[in-house]
Design a protein. Structure first.
Length: 360
């Protein structure tokens, strides 16, 4: 089976070579579509492939992606962004998956990374059998509607930005669509509400996302919409309304670790340590559901509840239990300053005989 890797790029001279180095050996065909670079992006691309094309940008990511896919000849087509990084082991896993074939759409983990450690993780449709003829949809936050036999790979692609983009770009595209008379689909409405939030238009964001939640839409997006409304209401100083929005997600689907942590934080601030302990404990027990397709910040099911349960146990006088939770937090982030500071604190307690050295 052959693999075409397709990219759309613009002014990506800082990251493109890094990306291409990681995948040059697994691609049978490498296609780079430039949408109007003014820097050295195209020259960098030409060092790796002679399949470099121009596409006039028209505020439509799907149009550019569909053009890139139309140039592919491989059995399977894979997309990447210029600021993506594919570690060597994951590149090999992708190549093995393609060589084995037998699927129509492969979902691959997509992780936003701090250093080399993934934090924010979700699955994206990443590799598509070309003959299926699937098309990208959506001017912004474009997606493919999957069909046929689906598989989920444990390979992971890291998204590692090195520069800030135009924060208003996506919002302007949505507003242009709306002013042109387009009725947003449920998915577009969800992402429009998020763009409003990211750009500080908090009341407008709440209104759009509440409208989205009341209609049709993917469950994972509705849960995320409740969480975004929570954040918006908190910034507006409406704590009670914020918490109601967060809890309303439980009427849509099962509790998520991140929402449990936010509730733990809420009760901790109120001084209700028992309630805070309950919700942080729930976050540990709920775990992650990355395969569900929604956005998942894995720190909310590991490090964050563990370090907060450490603090709560210490404040309630259960020093041994506090140390155990601190060690659990350290298992997730061994170089974290809070964990290391706590570790020194507990060592001092042992020296003073407050904690017996062998107690765990």
């Amino acid at each position: 089976m052959t693999l075409s890797i397709c990219m759309i790029v613009r002014d990506e001279e800082l990251t493109l070579a890094r990306c291409l180095e990681g995948i040059k050996d697994i691609a049978d065909e490498l296609i780079v579509v430039d949408t109007g670079s003014l820097d050295g992006t195209k020259d960098i691309a030409k060092r790796f492939t002679d399949r470099v094309y121009d596409f006039a940008w028209r505020d439509d990511f799907s149009a550019a992606r569909n053009f890139s896919f139309s140039l592919a000849a491989g059995d399977y087509v894979m997309w990447l962004d210029a600021d993506d990084v594919v570690p060597a082991a994951d590149a090999l896993a992708i190549r093995k998956l393609v060589d084995a074939g037998g699927f129509d759409v492969a979902y691959v983990k997509y992780a936003f990374a701090e250093g080399d450690a993934p934090t924010f993780v979700y699955y994206r449709e990443r590799i598509i059998r070309r003959e299926l003829g699937l098309k990208w949809e959506g001017a912004v936050h474009e997606a493919l509607t999957p069909a046929g036999k689906l598989v989920w790979s444990e390979a992971c692609i890291l998204h590692k930005k090195v520069k800030s983009g135009d924060p208003m770009r996506n919002l302007r595209i949505y507003q242009k669509l709306i002013s042109g008379g387009k009725e947003l689909s449920p998915r577009e409405k969800f992402y429009y509400g998020r763009e409003l939030f990211f750009n500080g238009m908090l009341r407008e964001s709440v209104a759009v996302l509440e409208d989205f939640i009341s209609g049709d839409g993917w469950i994972e997006n509705k849960v995320e919409a409740c969480r975004t409304i929570y954040r918006a209401q908190m910034r507006l100083g409406r704590e009670e309304e914020a918490v109601k929005s967060l809890v309303s997600a439980f009427l849509i689907s099962r509790p998520r670790a991140e929402d449990c942590c936010h509730l733990g934080e809420y009760f901790f601030r109120r001084g209700d340590l028992k309630a805070a302990e309950y919700w942080y404990g729930c976050a540990l027990n709920v775990g992650d559901d990355v395969a569900g397709g929604g956005f998942v910040d894995i720190s909310y099911s590991g490090y964050i509840p563990a370090i907060n349960l450490c603090v709560i146990a210490d404040r309630t006088g259960d020093i041994e239990r506090a140390e155990r939770f601190n060690e659990l937090a350290g298992s997730f982030r061994p170089n974290d300053e809070s964990y290391l500071c706590n570790k020194r604190y507990f060592e001092e307690k042992k020296l003073k005989g407050i904690i017996k050295p062998n107690d765990k």
